[in-house]
Design a protein around this ligand. Sequence first.
Ligand SMILES: *[C@@H]1O[C@H](CO)[C@@H](O)[C@H](O)[C@H]1NC(C)=O
Ligand SMILES: *[C@@H]1O[C@H](CO)[C@@H](O)[C@H](O)[C@H]1NC(C)=O
Ligand SMILES: *[C@@H]1O[C@H](CO)[C@@H](O)[C@H](O)[C@H]1NC(C)=O
Ligand SMILES: *[C@@H]1O[C@H](CO)[C@@H](O)[C@H](O)[C@H]1NC(C)=O
Ligand SMILES: *[C@@H]1O[C@H](CO)[C@@H](O)[C@H](O)[C@H]1NC(C)=O
Ligand SMILES: *[C@@H]1O[C@H](CO)[C@@H](O)[C@H](O)[C@H]1NC(C)=O
Ligand SMILES: *[C@@H]1O[C@H](CO)[C@@H](O)[C@H](O)[C@H]1NC(C)=O
Ligand SMILES: *[C@@H]1O[C@H](CO)[C@@H](O)[C@H](O)[C@H]1NC(C)=O
Ligand SMILES: *[C@@H]1O[C@H](CO)[C@@H](O)[C@H](O)[C@H]1NC(C)=O
Length: 834
Amino acid sequence: MVSLVAVAVILLWGAVFQLPQAGAFKIFPSDASLNHQEITEIAIVTKVAAVCRDMATAQGKDFTLPANSKLTVATVQKACSSSNSVLSKANFKQAIVQISLSNIAVDRKQFSDAHHFDNEAFSDGRDLITKGIAKVKINLKEGDYVAARIKLGAVTHSLQDFYSHSNWVELGYAGPYSDLIKPDIPLTKTADSKTATCKNCVNDNCNDNILPEILQNKILTSGYFSLLLPNKPAGKCSHGGLLDATNLKDPNGGINKDDVNSDHGSLHLHAANMAISATMELLEHIRQATSETAFLRLLGLTQISALVFAIDTTGSMSDEIAEVKKVSINIIDSRKGTAEEPSEYMLITFNDADVGLTRTGDVDKFKQQINSLSASGGGDFPEMCLSGLLVALTRAPPSSDIFVFTDASAKDPELKSTVEAMIESTESTVTFLVTSSVSSRRKREVSDSQSSSSRPMSQSEIELYRDLTQVSGGQTLEVTKTTLSEASTAITDTFTSGLVTVLQVARSAGNAGNFSFPLDTSLSSVTVYITGSSLVFTLYSPTGVSQSDSVTDGSLGSIQTVGNLKKIKLKSNSQTGEWSININSTSSYTLRVIGQSSVNILSYFVEISRGGHSDSWGQIFTRPSIGQNATLFLSVTGGESVTVTDVLLVDASGSNVVNGSVTSVGGTDYLVSLNRIPEGAFGLRLKGLLNNSSSRFQRQSSNNHKGSRITVTAQTQNTITPGVPFSFNFTVSTNTTAGNYTIRARTSNGFSVSVPSSLNVESGRSAQGTATLTVPSITESGTDVTLTFEAEAPGSTDLNYAKLRLIVSAASGRFSGWYSFSMCLSLFGLSLFI
Ligand SMILES: *[C@@H]1O[C@H](CO)[C@@H](O)[C@H](O)[C@H]1NC(C)=O
Ligand SMILES: *[C@@H]1O[C@H](CO)[C@@H](O)[C@H](O)[C@H]1NC(C)=O
Ligand SMILES: *[C@@H]1O[C@H](CO)[C@@H](O)[C@H](O)[C@H]1NC(C)=O
Ligand SMILES: *[C@@H]1O[C@H](CO)[C@@H](O)[C@H](O)[C@H]1NC(C)=O
Ligand SMILES: *[C@@H]1O[C@H](CO)[C@@H](O)[C@H](O)[C@H]1NC(C)=O
Ligand SMILES: *[C@@H]1O[C@H](CO)[C@@H](O)[C@H](O)[C@H]1NC(C)=O
Ligand SMILES: *[C@@H]1O[C@H](CO)[C@@H](O)[C@H](O)[C@H]1NC(C)=O
Ligand SMILES: *[C@@H]1O[C@H](CO)[C@@H](O)[C@H](O)[C@H]1NC(C)=O
Ligand SMILES: *[C@@H]1O[C@H](CO)[C@@H](O)[C@H](O)[C@H]1NC(C)=O
């Protein structure tokens, strides 16, 4: 392992990680300096390579990195997933991005000395780190991997800053300071407040400004920093640099190693290297303290999402329930032992009165639960379908797969906008398997008198389900009892690992279309899915060969029809280049082109903040404002040499509406400026070149987004005490319809939260409400609570939400070093604890 580490650090120096970026390690350096993002990424990639190699060795398999031995996200991901088929092809980069975003957000939100090891705040800094690590362990124990990543990111920031801001490197230590990640060992030989540590720099040369006796006696110190006041205790070192006012007071000059041009810039790479080693040591510490499974999930090597079944259990389902169980179990079995095996299983049952929920990580127990289902009761046909789906979306981890089985329309269509917003904010995929039409009709004919009989759903009722699946990148399949099984098999391969979307459109009735899409060299198993009734289509290859829908086994592919679904599996020798498909239909239809590829996109709406220690960005958890500009963070995963040419917002019908302007922030990460957020749902489409321009490629986000004219904000601290009602104020403002706005709130843990049911909002004005959350007194300290609250305009014409991440803490009082304004930020729906 030692040699692997050494190789990685040497090769990665500047060569591979040309991220121009972090005031600690800079966010945007313009030279060869390494920033927090790079340091974090290098540490994770290197650690993961070692973990994958250990796993492969334990199973007697080979683990081979590419010949030139560059450790990058793409090469390590590829090597890991090819040595071990259980390892995910898709989620490693996402974990790195979540951890890094949280790391760099510390410069944006946390201004205390302890967070940055400024002002000799060693013991407070160490407390932050060890308490953070304890919270990561609790999150892992509870299976909340996103929360664990966010906390890990914050901890790594402080840990890394230690090496830039203290004199650890100058003291000549060869390895990281391991006591910083251990809570119980006293920190010795730190300079007390009266000990002088620095002398003036000579002619701007600060190489020798640390006092010789400090170096000889190996006394630990760090630079003092203040934006405003040139105050520091007598004889102390400064942080240094233009923003540091303490720099003006003797002894002048600083000791930071944030970048190569800093006062101790000649030691920058040495400090960054030490920060990488320290971050790896922290990862190893967490690995030892938790199960292998949890550690792999933390770093995105295996799934952190759940497989969820929401099943209608009313009497009208009694004919289908046996088939539904069989299909559910097939779906579960198809993922067992694969990279798509979920971290958790959830079963939601709903009927015309209520909704039940069970969850487990034990697949055998879950299958038993599915098998014991029975359908009974329920008189009238519409069921609490959306309520059931809403529970699934609220309680499941993000990016989960949710299957809804029902034979009836929803009794609760008023929840549509809410469900849509939850799909958007969780990025979960929803598939409806609607067993209506034939079976219901037959049932009605057979037993007209039976009160539990249902009727065929109208197209407009099905439209509701279709709209929701379109937002989520799933599909609505209208099937019968006999075709249910075939339909579920037909869509099973939409869950293979490393699946990407090339094109996705939805068109309303009578809207014929000619859609073109490029297939690139990285794609395999390309499949075209079309849903809709009475439609005709013709597929054209780049060389002009065509195949119409009537040819089930043609030169381009094989066509399978089940219910309203047409699945075209392209021949494995399908050519790269520009394909097109012509579709005409008398009813509405959807088109999706998907395939397997390591090259995919990851995107978040972000807010850029300037100032403080340095420029930075953080994810926003609310809908962006319609008509206003916005910024996206975009990462292309799995590509070695990628050129991004266009980043477009496309409406549901597939037309371009906004062309973004793209700025590289290093590697295959970009910031995309959008000059306006369009009306209506939109997706993200990226076009570019792969393999040094040899292959055009296109990817589209599978889930859609919406903007809003409503703004929802909250001002609150981020910690809540178990058993004590916690209240905070939120504001709703609007640029559109005045009137009574419906307010709703819910938490990921099912804790009760009370809000006023409506707020009267005037256009152009804001209205304030108070929310009260009560966390049961038995809740473990360190648990995260994701609170979503939303405001819906009268007549459901608009809706916006804000998601807050709160942390349960039994300890009363707050950390002494924090400035009050970092605890009381005015949040635009931002994650509170980052
Ligand atoms: C659809 O597009 C393809 C390629 O762009 C073209 O060959 C074909 O003629 C078009 N068909 C129609 C009906 O426009
Ligand atoms: C790059 O090209 C090579 C062969 O030319 C191919 O094997 C590889 O899959 C391509 N990589 C990508 C990401 O397209
Ligand atoms: C679509 O089908 C309708 C009815 O068959 C036909 O009138 C119309 O011309 C077709 N549109 C296209 C673009 O082929
Ligand atoms: C976005 O708009 C605001 C005000 O409308 C403006 O100050 C800001 O510079 C714009 N940002 C970008 C990236 O265009
Ligand atoms: C988007 O803008 C870029 C730069 O102005 C331009 O090159 C590209 O053609 C545009 N793309 C589309 C689809 O309009
Ligand atoms: C892409 O091209 C550049 C220079 O043209 C070369 O340095 C680099 O190695 C190439 N990358 C790949 C993956 O072929
Ligand atoms: C409302 O309009 C004002 C002025 O045009 C704009 O600054 C604000 O961002 C808008 N708010 C929303 C939610 O669109
Ligand atoms: C909410 O706002 C009201 C009035 O604006 C204020 O009196 C109250 O203290 C606030 N509550 C909280 C929890 O901040
Ligand atoms: C809003 O609700 C209040 C109380 O429920 C009611 O008195 C008022 O008329 C409503 N306003 C509108 C515009 O519906």
